[in-house]
Design a protein around this ligand. Structure first.
Ligand code: NAD
Ligand code: UDP
Ligand code: UDP
Length: 416
């Protein structure tokens, strides 16, 4: 015992403290290393404490940096909401009356006006468009609104959404546009419609197809009633559109019969109004632009062929009434007031106030010679008929094109 005490007390006190200090340091370092390499379970994976600490540090640094960057953006959004962002007035609808509505082709001429009417009525609207002929500016006044969504999507590809109603408008509509890429026109009207019907089937939504008076082709019956089967050249230049829409109608009724999808088919006749594309080649935009720019009005063929023109707001009302009706057979939506294209050219020239000549150019192949809707069905079933006269509609449209022309002249000046 005495040896032990002596042996312990042999080294001097300073040396003992030194040994204890070394042992203590080894202990602390070992503990810290073990602890840092200790693995921590995060959900499914395992991660070392060291990696976790490093991650935390990086995250803190990142948070500080990102907050600095976001602050000015937050302020900008608040400012936009506060003063610069003024949305058109929107009605409040109770949850049970508010519908989730998809409009394919909603950035186009008809679709954008329909989106306006439905958002303003208090519904939640999703516009799907591939911007082939549509433009963001047609619907930009809704971007950021809580009841509005915009998806850049091609309906030829499948689409997964949850909606109550689908207005299926996606398709080029003007002859130069649909003839530009006939294969794409066929795909859009067939595969695109199939996809939208598949969507409608899955989510039990009602689908309204924007069909066309072109399903009657170059009609041999006048005026055209819905029970007329039409006179279409299946291999002519218009076939990609005419037959595409005819198949689209066929698919609607196949899904209605076999899968119990609720369908509505609107056979739309020539429609005009603001937001038609300046260069889309349709007769109204062509004549108005030509008259405003003092260029000759180009009449294709003799100008004796007829059309019946409806104003856009009448069409939008008709589409909404049809969608919400209980009627599933096709319904003509158009204005029966019929004019020759030559009369129409003179009317537009007079309304614009110019004295430009009218020029007869070559006739278009397979151009339908007479077109006028019989709207008895729409009147009886929907209580719908056009309200806006051709004169009033034309004046509003001319005003719109005048402003568009001024804007594009100004932007060209700025470019110079
Ligand atoms: P529009 O060209 O202005 O609009 C069509 C819209 O569909 C555009 O926004 C275009 O980008 C979009 N679109 C085209 N292909 C698409 C695709 N594959 N995927 C997603 N979006 C696509 O034409 P509009 O006059 O507004 O016509 C709308 C609908 O009404 C069309 O189905 C047309 O056939 C029908 N219609 C219009 C008229 C009329 O006189 N305006 C007459 C009869 C039928
Ligand atoms: N489809 C879609 N969205 C959906 C459901 C279906 O785009 O929510 C498409 C689907 O990709 C298919 C088409 O719609 O190509 C037809 O669908 P359906 O269920 O009728 O046919 P199936 O898938 O059985 O061929
Ligand atoms: N049209 C015309 N000049 C033009 C554009 C069209 O004479 O610059 C004629 C066209 O031949 C057709 C009618 O106007 O007879 C309507 O043409 P649009 O392309 O507007 O529509 P459609 O009813 O033929 O689809």
């Amino acid at each position: 015992m005495a040896f032990g005490i002596d042996a312990l007390s042999f080294p001097n006190r300073k040396f003992k403290i030194f040994i204890l200090f070394i042992l203590g340091t080894i202990l602390v370092v070992t503990w810290a290393t073990v602890n840092r390499n200790r693995t921590v379970t995060l959900n499914e994976g395992r991660i070392s404490q060291r990696v976790l600490d490093d991650l935390k540090k990086d995250l803190e640094k990142f948070n500080i940096e990102i907050n600095e960057k976001i602050r000015p953006l937050d302020l900008r959004i608040t400012n936009l909401e506060n003063k610069d962002r003024k949305y058109p007035p929107v009605k409040y609808l109770a949850e049970k009356d508010r519908k989730r509505i998809l409009i394919t082709g909603g950035a186009g001429f008809v679709g954008s006006h329909l989106a306006d009417a439905l958002v303003m009525a208090g519904h939640e609207v999703t516009v799907v468009d591939n911007f082939f002929t549509g433009r963001k500016r047609n619907i930009e006044h809704w971007i950021g609104h809580e009841n509005f969504d915009l998806l850049n999507h091609d309906v030829v590809e499948p689409l997964l959404l949850e909606v109550d109603q689908i207005y299926h408008l996606a398709s080029p509509a003007s002859p130069p546009n649909y003839m530009y890429n006939p294969i794409k026109t066929i795909k859009t009207n067939t595969i695109g419609t199939l996809n939208m019907l598949g969507l409608a089937k899955r989510v039990h939504a009602r689908l309204l197809l924007a069909s066309t008076s072109e399903v009657y082709g170059d009609p041999e019956k006048h005026p055209q009633r819905e029970d007329y089967w039409g006179h279409v050249n299946p291999i002519g230049p218009r076939a990609c559109y005419d037959e595409g829409k005819r198949v689209a109608e066929t698919m609607c009724y196949a899904y209605a019969k076999q899968e119990h999808v609720e369908v509505r088919v609107a056979r739309i006749f020539n429609t005009f109004g603001p937001r038609m594309h300046m260069n889309d080649g349709r007769v109204v935009s062509n004549f108005i632009m030509q008259a405003l720019e003092g260029k000759p009005l180009t009449v294709y063929g003799s100008g004796k062929q007829t059309r019946s023109f409806q104003y856009i707001s009448d069409l939008v009302n008709g589409l909404i009434l049809l969608m919400n009706s209980n009627f599933s057979e096709p319904v003509n939506i158009g204005n029966p007031s019929e004019h020759t294209i030559m009369e129409f050219a003179e009317m537009i020239r007079d309304a614009v106030g110019g004295k430009t000549p009218i020029l007869n150019l070559a006739k278009m192949e397979d151009d339908p010679q007479r077109r006028k809707p019989d709207i008895t069905r729409a009147k009886v079933i929907l209580g719908w008929e056009p309200q806006v006269s051709l004169n009033i509609g034309l004046n509003r449209t001319i005003e719109y094109f005048r402003r568009e022309l001024d804007k594009s002249k100004k932007s060209k000046l700025v470019d110079l």
